[in-house]
Ligand binder design. Structure first.
Ligand code: UFG
Length: 321
C-alpha cells in the first residue's frame, strides 16, 4: 500500500490488520504520520517512483495487490502549483504503474475523486456521468484513471478505481484520523473551530443554486470508505474485472446543515462567518452508490452525520494536544 501513513490509507491499514491481512506500507512521510501506521504493518519510507525500492518490496514481501493512496490532495494548492500536482500524482504514478506491471502484479486499487465529473452532470452522479474535471488535482486523478484503463487493456493489470466523495470523520477507536494541519476540508475545519483552535468557520458562498444557498456534499465516514477498499480487494483477488466505483452515501448535506449538526453534537454555537464562494467549488456533489452496493455488497455502517462529526472532533482533541 502506498500512502498508508495518510488519512484514508491509515484507516485502511487498520481495517486490513483488524481482519488479519498482511499489510506492507510505502510512504514518504511528506504529509503522512509514521505513528498512525498500525503496528503489525511492515513499513518502508520512500517514494512511489523509486522503482528499485518498489520492486524490492514487491519481491521480498510477495505483494499481489497494490492499493495506491499516495498523492497530493489539496485542490487550491493544485491550482497554485499545477506542475507539482502533475508530477506527484501523474508522473510518479506512471512510474509506479510501470514497476507494478513489470513485477507481474495483477491487481491495483486507485483513489480517485468525485470532482472528475462535469459540473453540469445530473445528480446523483452515476459512474458513467460525463467527466470534465476543473482543478489540476482532479485532472491529475482522471489522467491516472485513463492510464489504468489503457494499461489494463494492454497488459492485463486489473483495477478498482474508487471515486471518493467527501471523506470525513475518524477511526471510532481513536487510533487514527485526519492529521494534516493544512487540510481545508469543511468537517476538519469545523472540528478545529469547535475546539477553539480556529476563531471561526468561513462559509464559502451562500448564493449557490441549492436549497439553502450553501454548497452540498455527500459526506462519507472514512471507516466506510476503508471498508470499500477491502471489498474491492477481495473482488479483484476473486477474479473480478476492472471497475470504477463511486464511494458516497447518495445523500447531500449543505454547509449550513453541517454547521447545525456540529452545534447539535457540541451543544454550543459554532462561530461562523459568511464569505464569498471559494474558486472552483461546484454547487453540489452527490453520489449514486448503486454500483458498489450491488457489485461489492458495500453497506454504510457509520453514515450518521453526528457520528462523523463527533469522531472528527474526538480525533482533533487527541491529535495535537
Ligand atoms: N467549505 C466551507 N468552508 C470551509 C471549507 C469548506 O464553506 O472552511 C465548503 C465548500 O465550499 C464546499 C463544502 O464546504 O461547499 C465542502 O468543502 P471541502 O473542502 O470539505 O471539500 P471539497 O468538496 O472541496 O473537496 C473534497 C476534497 C477533494 C475531493 C472532493 C471530493 O478536498 O480532494 O472532496 O468531493 F476531491
Amino acid at each position: 500500500m502506498t500512502g498508508g501513513a495518510g488519512y484514508i490509507g491509515s484507516h485502511t491499514v487498520y481495517a486490513l490488520l483488524d481482519r488479519g491481512d498482511r499489510v506492507v506500507v510505502l510512504d514518504n512521510l511528506s504529509t503522512g504520520v509514521r505513528a498512525q501506521v498500525g503496528t503489525g504493518a511492515a513499513f518502508f519510507q520512500g517514494d512511489v517512483a523509486d522503482s528499485a525500492l518498489v520492486n524490492k518490496i514487491i519481491t521480498d514481501q510477495q505483494v499481489d495487490t497494490v492499493i495506491h493512496f499516495a498523492g497530493s490532495i489539496v485542490v487550491p494548492e493544485s491550482v497554485a502549483d499545477p506542475l507539482a500536482y502533475y508530477d506527484n500524482n501523474v508522473v510518479k504514478t506512471r512510474t509506479l504503474i510501470q514497476t507494478v506491471v513489470e513485477a507481474g502484479i495483477k491487481n491495483f486499487i486507485f483513489s480517485s475523486t468525485a470532482t472528475v465529473y462535469a459540473e453540469d452532470a445530473p445528480q446523483p452522479l452515476h459512474e458513467e456521468a460525463p467527466r470534465a474535471p476543473i482543478s489540476p488535482y482532479a485532472r491529475s486523478k482522471l489522467m491516472t484513471e485513463w492510464m489504468l484503463e489503457d494499461v489494463s487493456r494492454a497488459h492485463g493489470l486489473r483495477y478498482a478505481i474508487l471515486r471518493y466523495f467527501n471523506v470525513a470523520g475518524a477511526d471510532p477507536q481513536g487510533r487514527t484520523g485526519q492529521s494534516n494541519p493544512n487540510a481545508t476540508h469543511l468537517i476538519k475545519r469545523a472540528a478545529m473551530v469547535a475546539l477553539g483552535r480556529l476563531p471561526q468557520l468561513d462559509i464559502f458562498g451562500t448564493d449557490y443554486p441549492t436549497p439553502d444557498g450553501t454548497g452540498v456534499r455527500d459526506y462519507i465516514h472514512v471507516t466506510d470508505l476503508a471498508a470499500a477498499h477491502l471489498l474491492a480487494l477481495d473482488a479483484l483477488r476473486g477474479g473480478a474485472g476492472s471497475t470504477t466505483y463511486n464511494v458516497g452515501y447518495g445523500r447531500g448535506l449543505s454547509v449550513r446543515q453541517v454547521v447545525d449538526a456540529v452545534e447539535k453534537v457540541t451543544g454550543k454555537p459554532l462561530p461562523a462567518r459568511v464569505g464569498p464562494r471559494r474558486a472552483g467549488d461546484p454547487p453540489t456533489l452527490i453520489s449514486d452508490p448503486g454500483r458498489i452496493k450491488a457489485a461489492l455488497g458495500w453497506k454504510p455502517g457509520h453514515d450518521g452525520i453526528d457520528e462523523i462529526i463527533s469522531s472528527a472532533i474526538a480525533w482533533e482533541k487527541r491529535f495535537n494536544r
